[in-house]
Design a protein around this ligand. Structure first.
Ligand code: AMP
Length: 281
């Protein structure tokens, strides 16, 4: 596995690989890797000649009061994990080499970015779309795998690739969970033992809604009420949102009819966790 720090070198190597007729699979991450990240890498590995993974804690997708500096990092461990799944190139740039001081061009998605996480994290998806565009231009992937854990991000990236004609296929990777159901996340590290137990309310409330839909309850007010009730029982848990939205437009729905994305964000103490499922009725 080759570690590449310079964006110019990454792009030069990608161009060489393309000229040699190789297909490139790409998984962008912010590091502090877990099985969720590794599952995306394995999926890309299986479909491409060359696997590139990036580790970059992208400053432009963090708000002023968010956890950019505190975001967990462990490069040596990440390097070993990348090696273990057959990564060919680990792209690990410094922020200063990714953004010029006077950078002034941004990629802004205008329809899907204002709701759900975008409502409480203004500018977040502008940062995500911009960095993913830059990474695509440096890595030149044929295929890139994104996790369903970040449901809104995935849909926004798919929209960006469609609307800007990026020559890359976006593949969806299913959510990987801990044995007790908590969605894996680098931010789970912030949780105390008690908060870790309380964090199960996210998955539990999704399960409850799924079961109610299966039993015939399609009224979103009733479903949301039940979920909010379950989460309110948890000490330290504060709901950011529990949203039922159309799976494509991300517009709110009042009934579960067709494919509905049920997504939620809950703060457990100071740690903001997200989870989601797609309801089909
Ligand atoms: P991050 O390092 O959090 O920016 O995530 C990098 C990629 O891994 C994104 O496409 C995420 O959606 C994906 N990812 C994070 N957690 C999980 C998980 N538990 N299961 C599947 N994919 C995940």
């Amino acid at each position: 596995m080759k570690i590449v720090q310079s964006p110019q070198e990454m792009q030069r190597r990608a161009l060489e690989l393309k000229r040699a007729g190789k297909t490139i699979g790409f998984v962008p991450t912010m590091g502090f890797l877990h099985e969720g990240h590794l599952s995306l890498m394995k999926a890309a590995r299986a479909q491409c000649d060359v696997l590139v993974v990036s580790i970059f804690v992208n400053p432009t997708q963090f708000g002023p009061n968010e956890d950019l500096d505190a975001y967990p990092r462990d490069f040596e461990r990440d390097e070993a994990l990348c090696n273990s799944v057959g990564v060919d190139y680990l792209f690990y740039p410094e922020p200063a080499t990714m953004y010029a001081d006077d950078a002034s061009v941004w990629v802004d998605e205008e329809r899907l970015s204002g709701v759900l996480c975008g409502a409480s994290r203004p500018g977040h998806f502008r940062g995500v779309c911009t960095v993913v565009s830059k990474l695509f231009n440096l890595v030149l992937p044929d295929l890139s795998v994104f996790g369903e854990k970040d449901a809104q991000q995935l849909r926004i990236i798919e929209r960006m690739v469609r609307d800007l004609n990026f020559p890359v296929q976006i593949v969806r990777g299913p959510i990987v969970r801990e044995p007790d159901g908590l969605a894996m996340s680098s931010r789970n590290k912030y949780l105390t033992e008690e908060q870790r137990r309380n964090a199960l309310c996210l998955r539990r409330s999704l399960d409850r809604a799924e079961a109610m839909v299966k039993a015939g309850e399609h009224d979103v007010r009733v479903l949301r009420g039940e979920m909010e009730h379950l989460i309110a029982d948890v000490p330290d848990g504060v709901i950011d949102y529990v949203s039922f939205v159309d799976d494509v437009s991300l517009e709110p729905v009042e009934r579960v009819d067709g494919r509905v994305l049920l997504a939620l964000a809950v703060k457990i103490g100071s740690t903001r966790l997200i989870d989601n499922t797609v309801l089909v009725a």
